[in-house]
Ligand binder design. Structure first.
Ligand code: MN
Length: 283
């Protein structure tokens, strides 16, 4: 099932170019009292809500996908985890380009580990990416994103995929330079997620997906997720040794080769097989 958030927090199911409005199901969410849980309440409740969502589709109003405003499909993730340099060919392009990539950041993922992006940087496809400093190079990074479905701590890679609620397409927008990743990759709007969440049952193996990114129609990044150095299951195993993973936590799995700068006015399109196309404008 393809689940979207649209038009100001409405809940939709995407089918054949239409959005079925199933917002009524949201009243089944548990009412939270302060202090609120530090995870996404909708993703946490998704397994229990799925039968009601399926039933609601039968009598839902339908809107054309082209007429709706698609928003970030996970509205309140507790954290945004990201993998640096997780494709060999991207590591090699970073090693080769000493003018762009600070030496301290060009190491294999097993040495670098993971990093966090600020939740405040997260937007959906209908928002725009706003360049914060036009004097500096800001790059696109196409990434497959796994959305955690249930609490995970010290899980093994053999069971890791059981903890995934679904997958989405991500852009890890990045200012190049010497600062910490958590600063350069966390300005407002620098984390894009969409166009929707595809539930994990539709993607039994996340390591066989073709991915492609274009800027103004020119293809810049093209890869298959089989080329990841640390696979999705290994990333979950690794990250859950350090963090307790919670429902709705986002795991950006790293970008392939072909990263490059964007400027205001550009349009980025990202396609991941079995998910769909995320389109976002640069401002
Ligand atoms: Mn990245």
């Amino acid at each position: 099932m393809k689940i979207c958030i649209f038009n100001g927090g409405r809940l939709g199911v995407v089918e054949n170019g239409y959005v079925l409005d199933v917002t009524g199901v949201m009243h089944k969410l548990p009412v939270a009292k302060y202090p609120y849980p530090k995870f996404d309440a909708f993703i946490s409740s998704l397994p229990e809500l799925l039968p009601a969502i399926t039933e609601a589709c039968g009598k839902a109003s339908r809107l054309s996908l082209s007429d709706v405003r698609l928003e970030c499909p996970v509205q309140n993730p507790g954290k945004v985890i990201a993998a640096p340099v997780n494709y060999q060919a991207h590591l090699e392009e970073a090693i080769a380009d000493t003018a762009t990539f600070a030496r301290a950041h060009v190491r294999v993922i097993q040495e670098t580990g993971l990093f966090l992006k600020a939740n405040s940087s997260l937007v959906g496809p209908s928002d725009k990416v706003c360049i914060v400093d036009p004097e500096r190079r800001t790059d696109h990074e196409l990434e497959l994103v796994a959305v955690i479905g249930k609490r995970a701590k010290n899980v093994s890679k053999a069971e890791a995929l059981d903890y995934v609620a679904g997958y989405s397409v991500g852009l890890d927008m990045t200012i190049r330079g010497p600062e910490e990743r958590s600063l350069r990759k966390s300005p407002d709007t620098y984390t894009v997620l969409g166009p929707w969440l595809v539930t994990a049952d539709e993607i039994p193996d996340p390591q066989v997906l073709d991915m492609m990114l274009s800027v103004n129609g020119d293809v810049r990044q093209e890869v298959n997720t089989k080329d990841m150095i640390m696979k999705v299951a290994e990333l979950i195993e690794f990250s859950s040794r350090f963090y307790t993973l919670e429902p709705g936590d986002l795991l950006y799995t790293g970008t392939p080769e072909g990263v490059g700068p964007v400027t205001p006015g550009d349009v980025i399109e990202c396609n991941v097989e079995c998910i769909g196309t995320l389109r976002v404008e640069i401002e």
